[in-house]
Design a protein. Structure first.
Length: 317
């Protein structure tokens, strides 16, 4: 059965979507204007809110459960992401529920594992994802000569030496193809490339981008690694706001190269692309998921562009 996969949140459909979910899952970066935008828009929501967070190394886990009226029901501190996230999902009866995950400020360490658990194990009746796009990212106040980055997005990068929780795989001796949606940081792809030493690399640029010109900003930021890896001809484009199109693109790449390489997916671009990569790695367990766990700035964007809602129910196993 075909159904609409992507919606834009509007004044006309806010009331409808307020009644479509029993559970709303969010991140915890409350200083960001976009963090609470979707939650606050759902005026008629009568379910529970689950705020999820992890530490910088993505192993320690925090959660807060609130009723729709803001009443605190429960709080969990200093838990282990594995197995405590799955224990929470099982105890709270996520299976068979109508769930929406707002990934706007949800850390990727939680996002990757949460998607896998819901798609493969604790299957909801419906699974939606919301993402609020920024109108502008915070720019660097002072740029030194030769500095490439335009935006001030991260406190630090933890690195890719830590495995992605829920996607740990033993590395083989096969040649590696690195497939990576890229973002605005000049060092992230460079560092992963140097550590992984892939035989080939396919960068993916978000286009159309949230804001016109951001695709060019991403290419400029990653120009040196694209040049040194001699992979300009391999660059692919994929709509920045579409996890579905990224999933389809990864599927085409996987089917073409799976017999030649071990395929590593490193989503360094938009959160919708991180979502698409998480779904793909969940549905294709022979692929590798690699991530470098950046510590994001608390205040990293300005104003809201729009909110998209994705119906990803079709991927539930």
């Amino acid at each position: 059965m075909k159904y609409q996969e992507k919606y834009s949140l509007t004044d006309e459909n806010i009331s409808y979507f307020s009644k479509q979910f029993e559970i709303l899952i969010t991140g915890k970066r409350e200083g960001d204007e976009r963090h609470s935008y979707f939650k606050n828009s759902l005026k008629n929501f009568k379910g529970k809110y689950y705020s999820l967070d992890v530490c910088d190394l993505a192993d320690k886990f925090y959660y807060k459960i609130e009723n729709y009226d803001g009443k605190l029901l429960e709080e969990g501190i200093d838990k282990s992401l594995i197995p405590d996230l799955q224990k929470l999902i099982k105890r709270e009866n996520f299976q068979g529920a109508k769930i929406c995950i707002d990934i706007t400020t949800l850390k990727q360490g939680v996002l990757f594992l949460l998607i896998k658990l819901l798609i493969n194990n604790h299957k909801p009746a419906r699974l939606f994802v919301a993402y609020t796009e920024p109108k502008e990212y915070k720019r660097r106040a002072h740029r030194t000569i030769g500095e490439i980055e335009e935006f001030d997005l991260y406190e630090q990068i933890i690195g890719s030496s830590n495995s992605v929780p829920g996607f740990i795989k033993q590395r083989s001796s096969n040649d590696i193809l690195l497939v990576s949606p890229i973002g605005f940081d000049s060092q992230r792809l460079q560092t992963i490339y140097e550590n992984l030493k892939p035989k080939e690399i396919i960068p993916i640029v978000g286009f159309p981008s949230f804001v016109p010109g951001w695709n060019i900003t991403a290419i400029k930021a990653n120009f040196m690694i694209l040049k040194s890896a001699e992979c300009f001809d391999a660059v692919k484009t994929c709509e920045s706001a579409s996890p579905f199109k990224l999933f389809d693109l990864l599927t085409k790449i996987f089917h073409r190269y799976n017999g030649q390489y071990d395929i590593y997916i490193s989503p360094l671009g938009t959160r919708p692309h991180c979502l698409g990569a998480a779904i793909f790695a969940t549905k294709n367990p022979s692929a590798y998921l690699i991530y470098d766990f950046p510590v994001e700035k608390k205040y990293r964007s300005k104003e809201v562009l729009k909110t998209n809602i994705y119906n990803i129910s079709k991927y539930i196993s």
